[in-house]
Ligand binder design. Structure first.
Ligand code: C2E
Ligand code: MG
Ligand code: MG
Length: 598
């Protein structure tokens, strides 16, 4: 530390002072010696706070032991000759001289936060008081200061701020920071006459991974994904954890909307490699909705809502997609919202009904069963097909209670179908992916069969190929449990997903339903014909009954019969129909499909 010529030898408190000002102060004090002077000095020396006495110009005349320790001075070093600038960082000493001293002169005292220049070169944050001391003649000649180290308090406050502004799991900023950042970013972008993008990302398979590998694995996945996505962004951009498996990215200073594309590529590429989770590697994709400032909104909330509308569209058009916001999405969004409200009430209002579509056994020339297909009798929109509301049921989780209702109702109504046909007419029920992996399914099924007194072999569960192939290991276990109950199991929409033949062989299936897309172009489309033939022969090799879906013409029937297909289902035989009609239909069935269709 630099000491000037005013550096005096160590001595008594009073002797440390020097120069004309100090003399004046000593004389002032000497005139009115305090009876407890010595004790007060001991207190000041013992306090852990920095205590100093200075003159008008900021030259030190006294510094207590704690102050010396903070500055790195030994007890024997003199302090006269030290200036305020030797104790505080430059900006702080200027502020004290120009702001604190005049304020103390005016009001007797100043307090505020400041910093002390520590011996190791760092700053110590302090809460400081400056007092102005008047001489009896009314002239202010000296100042004293007390400064308290508030480093810990600062850390504590910062930690508290970090905790309230960051997500504890991923360490990413949270929605509070997003709002602040968006305000700032939009103002900056506007000044530069540029564009900013708000991207809402939603992980595609998170729920499934969380359900199958457990909560801890889900957390690990989120941490790893957050790290990878963050690595794609520039320092000015921000990624925020927005919800369970939702992230928001704000990318500013874009010259045009196209400039976002490389960022989207980078985000996508970040998740191309599998993510290590619980000792395994899992693939995880995301759907994204994007809105742009200023085109899609001028305020943060509007941009977020519009990105959300785009995300909704991206998710409903399949996984791993991203979608830019378009104005008509909002109208559609509002419509969907209204629909969702209606959907939540539909069960209690008993608006769901089942229609039954016959399945015809080609060789036996009889009804082989009925497929129960869900319809929603909407009070204003009329009868709605599942495509218009099943995705929303899945999205909202309502699919599980609705599927339970379907199962119970189909089992109850199947008795009427069986009784009317004379011959046994098993009923098939579609099981959604979510319901299939719901751990309550097996018990619930047992309960329903018992309540309705239905032989298990009269119920067939249709599970789509894509549901089965999502997680073959778990699917195998669930199928085995269902098989244990004795119900029949069919693979639905066969040919539209990617089946692993090895697993197909191991699954305890009873039937295979060839998807309508292959049947509709029979027998003219070579590819369809080849695939249908191959599916029939594969099904038979695996010991399964093969059903062709969506059969509409006599030519298709001929082709299927010629290639040994067991059963057909489609408009040619009968459309899905209400229960009573299906019961009448079962009575009027003829020996051949052609006669039945006639
Ligand atoms: P899916 O299980 O493959 O059902 C066959 C679909 O093809 C039915 O459509 C049926 O009406 C239609 N279809 C049958 N024959 C023909 C035909 O000759 N030509 C044409 N063009 N179409 C035909 P729907 O009833 O609209 O159901 C569509 C899908 O919704 C079903 O496909 C199934 O995946 C799902 N679904 C239906 N009911 C339920 C249910 O209760 N629960 C669940 N989770 N999904 C259901
Ligand atoms: Mg089906
Ligand atoms: Mg199907």
């Amino acid at each position: 530390m630099h000491l000037s010529a005013r550096h005096f030898k160590k001595g008594e408190f009073a002797r440390e002072w020097s120069g004309a000002e100090s003399e004046a102060i000593i004389q002032t004090l000497a005139k009115r010696p305090h009876p407890w002077h010595a004790q007060l000095m001991e207190v000041v020396e013992a306090t852990p706070d920095f205590v100093a006495i200075m003159d008008n110009d900021g030259w030190l005349h006294y510094l207590n032991r704690a102050g010396r320790a903070m500055l790195g001075l030994s007890d024997s070093e003199e302090v006269c000759g030290l200036h305020l600038e030797d104790c505080h960082p430059e900006d702080e000493s200027c502020r004290l001289l120009n702001e604190a001293f005049p304020a103390a002169l005016r009001e007797g005292v100043w307090h505020g936060e400041s910093a002390i220049k520590a011996a190791n070169g760092h700053s110590i944050n302090v809460s400081q008081v400056v007092l102005a001391h008047a001489k009896p003649d009314g002239k202010n000649t000296m100042f004293s200061t007390i400064a308290r180290d508030i480093t810990e308090r600062k850390h504590f406050v910062e930690e508290l701020r970090r905790q309230t502004t960051h997500d504890a799991l991923t360490g990413l900023p949270n929605r509070i920071v997003l709002a602040e950042h968006l305000d700032m970013e939009l103002a900056r972008t506007q000044r530069g006459r540029m564009h900013a993008a708000v991207i809402l990302l939603d992980l595609d398979n998170f729920k499934r991974i969380n359900d199958s590998l457990g909560h801890e694995a889900g957390n690990e996945l989120l941490r790893n994904v957050a790290l990878r996505l963050k690595g794609c962004l520039r320092s000015n951009d921000i990624i925020v954890r927005y919800g369970d498996d939702e992230f928001t990215v704000v990318v500013g200073e874009l010259h045009s909307a196209e400039n976002l594309l490389p960022v989207m590529h980078k985000l996508r590429a970040a998740l191309e490699q599998p993510v290590p989770v619980a000792g395994q590697e899992v693939f995880v994709g995301f759907s994204a909705g994007i809105s742009f400032f200023p085109n899609d909104g001028s305020a943060p909330l509007e941009l977020l809502q519009n990105a959300d509308a785009a995300l909704y569209r991206a998710k409903s058009s399949g996984r791993n997609q991203y979608q830019f916001y378009e104005p008509e999405m909002n109208a559609r969004g509002q419509e969907l919202l209204a629909l969702e409200t209606d959907l939540r009430r539909a069960i209690e209002r008993e608006e769901f009904v089942l229609h039954y579509q016959p399945q015809f056994h080609l060789c036996a020339g009889r009804i082989a069963g009925f497929e129960a297909l869900l319809r929603w009798r909407h009070p204003a929109r009329g009868l709605m097909p599942p495509a218009d509301f099943v995705p929303m049921l899945e999205e909202t989780g309502l699919i599980v209670p609705v599927s339970e209702w379907v199962l119970r109702r189909a089992c109850e109504e199947s008795r009427k179908l069986r009784d009317s046909g004379g011959a046994p007419a098993p009923v098939s029920v579609n099981v959604s992916a979510r319901h299939f992996s719901d751990h309550r399914l097996v018990d619930e099924l047992r309960r329903i069969l018992r309540d309705v007194a239905m032989p298990p072999e009269d119920l067939e569960l249709e599970i789509t190929e894509s549901t089965l192939m999502q997680d073959v290991q778990t699917a195998g276990e669930i199928l085995a449990a269902l098989d244990g109950i004795g119900v029949r199991l069919a693979i639905d929409d066969f040919g539209t997903g990617y089946s692993s033949l090895a697993y197909l062989k191991r699954f305890p299936l009873n039937a295979l339903k060839i998807d309508r897309v292959f049947i509709q172009d029979l027998p003219w489309e070579d590819n369809c014909a080849t695939l249908t033939e191959a599916s029939i022969s594969l099904g038979h090799k695996l010991g399964l009954d093969v059903i062709a879906e969506g059969v509409e013409t006599a030519k298709q029937v001929q082709f299927l019969r010629a290639h040994g297909c067991d059963m057909i289902q489609g408009h040619y035989i009968g459309r899905p129909m209400p229960l009573d009609e299906a019961a009448r239909f079962a009575k009027g069935i003829r020996k051949s499909p052609e006669e039945t269709a006639a």
